[in-house]
Design a protein around this ligand. Structure first.
Ligand SMILES: Nc1nc2c(c(=O)[nH]1)N[C@H]1C(S)=C(S)[C@@H](COP(=O)(O)O)O[C@H]1N2
Ligand SMILES: [Mo]
Length: 210
């Protein structure tokens, strides 16, 4: 169980935001760099690195779209302090990917890769949360290009930068390594309920040396 105000409590109906966050009306677009153009025939979702069978696994867009669909209702907390609440994300649970392309025994972290080399690292246990979802839809509609179409990751219990838009793959890692924002001053773990915003707040063991 989490502490008061955690995801579990929110899921049970309590409308509390993580410390320092404020409610945002509407849904702003926040990212670094341009919005990539989706090219369906070139798009692939790849799982690579330390897979259990040592092979790279990949899905075409058509194959990925045929994977089992489910939904998760979750909020989005941007480290710049706005939160967007109550979205219903639809897509493929991260756990489904872990089942279809299992990690090797020593895997402790994953790097989630997006277009243009954007990346976010997290513990395998964060990615494996039963609420983590590779989303294609929000509130029953396909994501728009600026919100990550055709695929984005949502990890409800971490700040939203840990959820890359335009995701293209997952790398299984046997040691932690910093992703794009984690190398540029943001906290390696990024738990909004503990207000882990910046890397200077990290304690020994929270992440690799900067
Ligand atoms: N590829 C990519 N994904 C990204 C980002 C980015 O810069 N590039 N920014 C993240 C941040 S900081 C936030 S708050 C959310 C914002 O999602 P939204 O634009 O759909 O609100 O996307 C995340 N995903
Ligand atoms: Mo953000």
């Amino acid at each position: 169980m989490g502490h008061p105000g955690s995801e579990e409590n929110r899921a049970s109906g309590e409308s509390e935001l993580p410390p320092g966050q404020r409610l945002q009306r509407g849904w702003p677009v926040t990212h670094y760099g341009p919005v990539p153009k989706f090219k369906p025939d070139r798009w692939e979702f790849q799982v690579f690195g330390a897979t259990a069978d040592g092979e790279k696994h990949s899905w075409t867009h058509e194959q990925f779209s045929a994977l089992p669909f489910s939904t998760v209702v979750a909020d989005l907390h941007c480290v710049t302090k706005f939160s967007m609440v109550g979205a219903e994300w639809g897509g493929v649970p991260a756990r489904t990917i872990l089942e279809l392309a299992p990690p090797a025994a020593g895997v402790s972290h994953v790097m989630v890769w997006a277009e243009y080399g954007f990346s976010a690292n997290m513990r395998l246990s964060d990615f494996a949360s039963d609420r983590s979802i590779l989303a294609t839809h929000k509130d029953g509609e396909l994501l728009t290009a600026e919100h990550g179409f055709p695929l984005r990751l949502i990890v409800p219990h971490l700040y939203a930068w840990k959820g890359p838009k335009w995701v293209r793959g997952v790398e299984y890692m046997t040691a932690d390594r910093r992703g794009f924002w984690e190398e540029r001053g943001y906290h390696n773990i990024g738990d909004p309920w503990r207000e882990q915003r910046y890397s200077y707040q990290e304690e020994p063991g929270d992440g690799p040396e900067l």
